[in-house]
Design a binder for this molecule. Structure first.
Ligand code: ANZ
Ligand code: ZN
Length: 539
């Protein structure tokens, strides 16, 4: 027995003993632990260089839990892995002129050493590293399976384009609307991307948040619910006669809007569309000022939170649509607060009862028509008051046959009338969007697609997986280095055999971190992504 505690001696001795007997290797059906299995999995770290205090705190808590449960007879598994793809490695590569792979692997080696010296009860035999072909092969395999099922699909998406560096920037690389490196004003650009159809699962997700997360804090539930953002309302059209250059009616003569307040429909005094809306694009063709305004709307951030707080700006298009119930002619404006990606990219403007429309109408001197009253409340044009938009206390006024109706009854009545006219119906809209998983970056899982001049875009056959990412590129900030990497690009078309080119977009790193916790259960399995019977079983 030593008088003084000497951590270096004691810890090293204990740790080498644990190592020698493989103390933390989790084995299924272990007779030493009668209480059954417990999975002590915590979020895997990004290998940024050194462990920080957050890591130490987090993994110590997990370690304490592990040891407590094990002493109480549980068969505990504590795995660890590395969220090793992503942008910081590319930034470090630019600074230090070393490939992201080299930087990442040396960080992993160092951080692993630090974790080992902490004596954490990790089963290192299950370690996973997201940037290894053994792991990302399964991202590619899952991508192909979901493509087959139509869960992954291709459409154009909006990205931040740096016109000087000629590259796509992540939101965090846009500072005050300018590129972080070039300082150039950022443009929004439409490019083809792959999406995961997560909106198909919106109701299931909501049900999960509501009913299947016992013990989760209310705050987290609320955040999740708002993120999914289920809105019930009516989608209907304003008819019009606006024709394009070929003489065809734009949108078949119907401008659709989505509203959560159909009870205010008789209070519409204008309509507003997003700068990307077909009517805005059409009007801009013969109106230079509007074209400039549309371009200005496309500048800057694509982040929705920024859109919500920015100053409301607009410009009239000179185009008119017809109110479906009153027959009144209403001018269509372009509004910078209208999102192309929500609902139909167009809104009915009800300045008396929508705060954004109120600000807009005040600024551009548009009429404001009160169609909602509430007991004991006085309406005035002087300024916005919260009750103007409160559907819980509202009664419809100045709206002909709808007068006197409360919110729910008014929604039913308006929806029925729209349906009868063949112009619309009730509709549920989600704020949740499909997940754009394409990234125009190097350090990620290659998207397993091939571009053939004759066959178009062809999936890589499953037997040819993984599509290996070269590990020797050094990004220099001028776009994805894979675009210049002939050995990667060159391939044969799997359909016709002619020379073709590989897709150079990679996957969002959240694809990696969406299933790693399952991979720990079948480490090293080459037969399947996750298979408890295969790599997982170690009795
Ligand atoms: C008229 C109206 C009157 C509205 C009123 C609200 C209050 P949530 O609840 O988030 O779903 N809207 C619809 N599409 C839009 C788009 N593409 N960009 C911006 N705003 C859009 O919001 C639904 C409401 O947001 C809709 O209801 C519409 O404004 C607006 F007293 O219609 B409302
Ligand atoms: Zn081909």
């Amino acid at each position: 027995m030593q008088d003084k505690y000497s951590p270096a001696d004691v810890e090293q001795a204990a740790q080498s003993h644990w190592k020698a007997i493989d103390a933390y290797r989790a084995v299924e059906h272990d007779p030493r632990f009668p209480k059954g299995k417990y999975y002590a999995c915590s979020m895997l770290p990004y290998p940024s260089g050194k462990l920080h205090m957050g890591h130490v705190r987090n993994y110590t808590i997990n370690d304490v839990m592990y040891r407590y449960l094990r002493m109480n007879g549980y068969n505990v598994l504590m795995p660890m892995g590395w969220d090793a793809f992503g942008m910081p490695a590319e930034n470090a590569a630019m600074q230090n002129k070393v490939p992201p792979a080299q930087w990442t692997y040396s960080n992993i080696a160092h951080m692993k050493e630090q974790m080992e010296s902490m004596g954490l009860a990790i089963d290192w035999s299950r370690e996973m590293t997201a940037c290894t072909p053994e792991y990302y092969k399964w991202n590619q395999w899952m991508f192909l399976k979901m493509l087959e099922k139509g869960i992954i699909y291709k459409k154009t998406g909006t990205v931040n384009w740096d016109p000087v560096d000629q590259t796509v920037l992540a939101n965090e690389q846009v500072v005050d609307g300018k590129g972080w490196r070039s300082g150039a004003p950022i443009e929004k650009r439409e490019i083809p991307m792959y999406y995961a159809r997560i909106t198909d699962y919106a109701d299931e997700l909501l049900d999960h948040v509501d009913n299947k997360l016992p013990g989760w804090p209310e705050r987290v539930r609320t955040m999740q619910t708002n993120w999914i953002g289920k809105s019930t309302g009516v989608r209907f059209a304003f008819p019009h006669q606006i024709k394009d250059a070929s003489g065809a009616l734009i949108g078949e003569g119907k401008m659709y809007v989505f509203t959560t307040r159909p009870d205010t429909v008789m209070g519409v005094t204008f309509c507003a569309v997003a700068a990307e809306h077909p009517l805005a694009v059409h009007a801009a063709q013969s109106n230079a000022a509007l074209a400039a305004f549309n371009a200005e709307c496309k500048l800057g951030s694509v982040i929705e939170a920024d859109m919500a707080t920015m100053e409301k700006k607009g410009m009239p298009t000179g185009l008119f649509v017809t109110h479906p119930l009153s027959g009144e002619q209403l001018e269509v404006w372009v509004g910078n607060y209208v999102l192309m990606t929500y609902g139909d990219g167009a809104v009915m403007g009800v300045p008396a009862h929508d705060e954004r429309d109120f600000a807009f109408a005040k600024k551009y001197d548009l009429p404001i028509k009160q169609v909602i009253a509430a007991e004991g409340k006085q309406f005035s044009l002087d300024g916005w008051q919260d009750w103007y938009g409160d559907k819980d206390i509202s009664v419809v006024v100045n709206s002909g046959k709808y007068d006197g109706l409360r919110y729910a009854a008014a929604v039913d009545a308006v929806a029925a009338d729209m349906l009868a006219k063949g112009l619309g119906d009730k509709k549920i809209t989600f704020r949740l969007r499909d997940w754009g998983i394409s990234r125009q970056r190097y350090w990620g899982t290659p998207i397993p697609m091939i571009h053939c001049a004759d066959c178009g875009v062809v999936p890589v056959p499953e037997k040819d997986l993984p599509v290996i990412l070269p590990e020797d590129c050094v990004p220099d900030g001028s776009g994805n280095p894979l675009n210049k990497y002939e050995a990667f690009l060159k391939c044969d078309c799997p359909q016709c055999g002619k020379p073709a080119r590989r897709e150079t977009d990679t996957m969002d790193t959240f694809v990696d971190s969406s299933w790693y916790y399952m991979r720990y259960t079948s480490p090293g399995s080459t037969e399947s992504m996750v298979d408890a019977r295969n790599g997982g079983s170690r009795t």
